[in-house]
Design a protein. Structure first.
Length: 265
């Protein structure tokens, strides 16, 4: 489904349903260098079980016009403007990695808009190594390799994909290869530069759930406790078999956690 935000074309997957103001709404926000399809199973389920769904392509990603937004704060404001433009007054937000920081910031800035937040594969500070940033700045394919290898659990190359016939590494690399030059570096730098995590977490007043992969080497679950403690009443679910790419590595368990938190529809 195509929309317009800030006079630019925006794409969001809506599960082939028109938006209905009477229905509860869920917005899915992808991570660095990715797009709406990263939430394929999860967004489709809620879209076909009584929810408005908007799995967004952030500016400069997927089918949305660029340029990409250069800060987590700007992305949070963009989510607010998107929901305002489609006349959704309340929504639950689900974000992965960079998208989780965007969701956190949006909940802190616009509490009247946000009903619940689910933060997947997140940590704070979300620092990015100099080598990774440099490779992305130079649009070196090595940056795509780093994002793909570190972005999955160590067991992924050994097989056992829960989606038969799919190659998780190849899927991630194909998405990254479609990016315009500079987009991945933009996203990584936005994560690296984000400095309001603890302050914004303390402002969150809605229910919050952390969904974490126990084999995540990019945002290790053990590093999230300080952020979680800043959000009153926040809960966490650890997914044993998953690395950073929870929606692909443990799609059913991720969906079950979201259903338990958001309701079955």
């Amino acid at each position: 489904m195509l929309f317009e935000v800030q006079k630019k074309k925006v794409f969001a997957y809506a599960a082939a349903h028109e938006l209905d103001a009477k229905k509860p709404s869920v917005v899915f926000v992808h991570g660095a260098g990715l797009d709406h399809s990263w939430f394929g199973l999860q967004s489709r389920y809620f879209g076909y079980h009584g929810r408005n769904v908007l799995a967004v392509d952030l500016p400069g990603h997927g089918r949305s016009d660029g340029p990409p937004l250069d800060s987590i704060g700007a992305m949070a404001q963009w989510i607010f403007e998107l929901l305002h433009s489609v006349k959704i007054e309340k929504a639950s937000l689900v974000g992965h990695s960079m998208g989780a920081l965007v969701v956190l910031e949006c909940a802190a800035r616009y509490p009247e808009l946000v009903e619940r937040i689910a933060l997947l594969g997140v940590t704070y500070p979300m620092k990015v190594s100099d080598a990774f940033l440099d490779a992305a700045r130079r649009n070196d394919h090595a940056a795509y390799d780093m994002a793909t290898i570190w972005g999955h659990g160590a067991q992924v190359p050994l097989g056992g994909n829960p989606n038969p016939g799919m190659w998780m590494y190849g899927d991630a690399l194909a998405r990254l290869a479609r990016l315009a030059p500079g987009v991945l570096h933009n996203d990584l730098k936005a994560c690296n530069d984000y400095a309001a995590g603890f302050e914004s977490a303390a402002k969150v007043r809605c229910p919050a759930l952390f969904i974490l992969g126990k084999r995540d080497v990019m945002t290790p679950a053990k590093t999230v406790k300080a952020l979680q403690e800043k959000i009153a009443g926040a809960k966490a679910v650890d997914l044993e078999p998953s690395g950073h790419s929870l929606m692909a590595e443990a799609p059913d368990a991720t969906l079950d956690a979201l259903i338990g938190f958001l309701g079955p529809g």
